[in-house]
Design a binder for this molecule. Sequence first.
Ligand code: C2E
Ligand code: CA
Ligand code: CA
Length: 761
Amino acid sequence: MRIRTKLMIAMALNILVFVGVIFFVVRPYFIEKSMEQDRQTVESQIASVKETLANRKHMLERTLVDWAVWNDAYAFIQGKNDSFVSSNISEASLDNLNVNAIMFLDRDGNVHYSKFQKASLALSASEQEAFISEIATRVKGRDGKQDAVYASEYGPVLYAAHPILRSDTSGPAQGTLVMLEFISADFIADLSAQTKLPLAIGPSEAGETKTSTQDGWTRVLIPLDLVFEEAEFGVTFVVEPTHYRNTVTMLRLGMVALLVLGVGLFLSLFWTIYHVVIRRLMKIVGELKQITIERDSRLRVSLNEQSQDEIEQMAASMNEVLAALEDTRAEVLDKAYRDALTQLPNRLAIEDYFSSVRGDHNQIGVIGLDLDNFRRINDQFGHRTGDAVLIYIASRLNFYKEDGFVARIGADEFMFLHPKWTLDELRPVARRLMRDLSDWSEMNGVKGLTSTIGLDVFASLHPHHTYEVMMGRLDVVLHEAKLSGKNRILAFQEIEDGSHYLQTLEMERDLRRALENDEFELYYQPIVSPHPFAVRGVEALIRWNHPVKGQVSPGLFIPIAEQLGLISDLGRWVLRQAMSEMKGHAMRHHLFLSVNVSKRQIADGSFLAELEDVLAESSFDPHLLHVEITESDVGGNLYELQQFIQSLKTLGVKISLDDFGVGTSSLSFLQSLQLDLIKIDQNFVKGIPENTFDRALLEGLYQTFHTLGLDIVTEGVERPEQLAFVLEHSSSLIQGYHYSKPVPLAQLEHYLKKTVTLYDW
Ligand code: C2E
Ligand code: CA
Ligand code: CA
C-alpha cells in the first residue's frame, strides 16, 4: 500500500475517532448539562411564579386584614358608622387597594354592602347583584379567613375573606369582609411582567406542580391551590429550552469549525507529506530503478544540495551503498580480470576493452605474442624461470603500451591492443619485443627462448568484425607464422590473400553441409600390445572427404566444428557409425573401440544422451567402448567432468585420457578423475631415442603411471628404435604408424585378418 493511501486511511480513522468522541462523549455531555440547566431554570421559574402568587395573596390578605380588623369597619357592619362608605370607599380607593370589588357580609352572611370597581367589568346592576350573592353563598358557612380562586361566569375570580374584628382583633366577629379580584388579562399580564414569564391561567385540578416536556419545551402547570386555599385553576407557562438550544447551536458551529479546521489541516499535511516526502521518495525510487536497469555502477541518486533532511540523508546513504558496491564490484572485477602472476589484465578484460573502444575507432592495432617453446623452458629451467620470463614480457609490454591495452591471454600468450596504431607503429614495437626477449634470454642464460608475433590492423567498425573474429584472425596469423618456422613477426595483412584464414571461412560454410551430404568417413587405427603381438583395440578417427579439396584433416576442421557448435552432431554421427561398423569385429576379436569426445559434447550433454540411447538400441558391449577425453580440455569444470565420468562408469564404459602431456594437469588432479587409461602424446615420442631429455621424461612417466596402476597407450610410435625404447621401459600399448596408420574400414578388416590368429577370424 502506498504512503498516500496509508495517510488517507490514517486521516480517515482519526477523523472518525474524533467525530465519534465528539458525538458520543462531548456532545451528550454538553447537551445533558444544558438540559440540566434548563431544568434548573424551570425549577427557579416555578419557584418565582409561586412566590409572586404568594406575594399577591399576601398583599391581598394584608389589605384585607387592614380593612377587616378595624374599629371603623366593625362599627360600619354593625350599622353604626354611616359615613364609613363615603369616607373610605370610592372608585379610587378600590384602585389603590388593587381589588375589583369589596363586600361586607353581615353575621348572617347577607350582603351588607358591596362595591364594584366600575372599570373592572361592565356588569349590569342585576348581574352584579347575582354575582355578589353567588360569592356570598360561597363564603357563607365557613368561618374565619378564606381565600379561593373559582370559575365564575365571568372568568376566574380570586377572592379572600376575613372576619371583621375590632382593631385590637377582639371579637366577636361582626361579619366578613370579602375582597375580590378578576383574574383578567391585565392580572395575568401583571403577573407575567413580574415573573418575566408568559403566564396563562386555565382550569386545573388540585394537586402538585406538573411539568411536561415536548421538543425541549417544558410546559409547567402550577395549580393555584398550592397558594390559595381553594382553587379550580392553575397557572401555566411554557419554558423555552434556551440552554439546550444554545448548546446545540454552539456544538453545531463548533463541529463545522472543527471539520473545516480538520480538513484544512489534513490537506496541508497531505500537501506537505506529498511534496516533501512522497514525491522525492518516488523520484529516488525512479532513479534507483533506472540504475538497476542500466546496471551502470557509476550512476548515483541525484542529491538536493540545499536540503539536509532525512530523505536527503537517505539518498546520500544510498549513494554511499552504491559507491561501496561499485568498489566491491571493481575489486571482484579486478580479481576476475587480472592475471595473478603478471598483474596484467586477462582474456576477459581484453574482451571488455575491445567492446569499449570498438565503436570509437575505425581500426585497432593488434599485437599477439606467443612464446615458441615455453613448456620446454619450464621443464628445462624450472617454473621460476618460466614465471620470470612471463613477468619480464609483461613489464616490457607495459613499457611500450602508451595509451594502449595489454593482457595475458593464455599461459604463454600476450596481447596488445592500441586503438590508433597502424602497422608502421606496431611493427617497431614487435621488433623491440623480440630483441628484448633475446637480450633477456642471453643475460639469464636461458637458451632457445623465442616468440612468434602476429600483427593485425583490425577494421573495428565493420559490423562482422567482432571480438571473436579479431581473436580468430590473431590465431590464424600466429598459426601461420608458426607453420613457417616460429620466431618471426607476421601481419594478418600479409597472409590475407589466399590464406589459411580464408580457407577457414570457406570450411565453415562447407562443414554445415557436409553431414547432410554424407561427406564424412571413419578411419580406424589399431592399438596393439607389442609383445606378444596382439591387436587390442582401434581408435575411430574421422575424415572429411571434401568434394573439391579432397580429404581434410580433422586437426583442421574439428576445432571449427567445435566453434560452430557442429561438433555435437558430428560426434553423434561418429559414435553411431563407429559402433555399427565395429560391433562385429569388437565382439569377435575382443577389441575395444576408442571414440574421441570433445569438451563441448561433454558440456552440452549431447554425447551422454546419445551414448545411452545407442547402447540401449544395440547390443554393443559397453566394456569394449573407450571414450577419449583430451587432457588439455580437462582443465575446465572439474565437477562437471567427474559427473560425466561417473555416468560413463555407470554405463560400464571406459575412460581414456588423450594427448597426455600437452596440457598442464597435475597428477593428483588426474587421479581424482578415475581414469582407466592414459594416452601419452606423440610429442614425447618424437625425440626418442636421440633426445636425452625426452628419454628421461618418458621413462619417468612410465614409472609414475605403472606405480599408479594405470594402463598406458603410447601414441606416435613410428620407428623401431622408438618401439624398442617403449618395450624396454614399459608394458604400454602402442598406437602409431609403426604398426598402422589410420585406415578405412575395409583396410582395417584386411589388417585384422592378417594379424589376428586365424581361429577367431
Ligand atoms: P588424436 O586423438 O590424438 O588422434 C591421434 C592422431 O595422431 C591422429 O591424427 C593420427 O593419425 C595421428 N597418428 C597416429 N599414429 C601416428 C604416428 O605414428 N605418427 C604421427 N605423426 N601421427 C600419428 P588425426 O587422425 O589427424 O586426428 C587428429 C585429431 O583429431 C585427433 O587426435 C583427435 O583429437 C581429433 N579427432 C579425430 N577424430 C575425431 C572425432 O571423431 N571426434 C573428435 N572429437 N575428435 C577427433
Ligand atoms: Ca584420440
Ligand atoms: Ca592423441
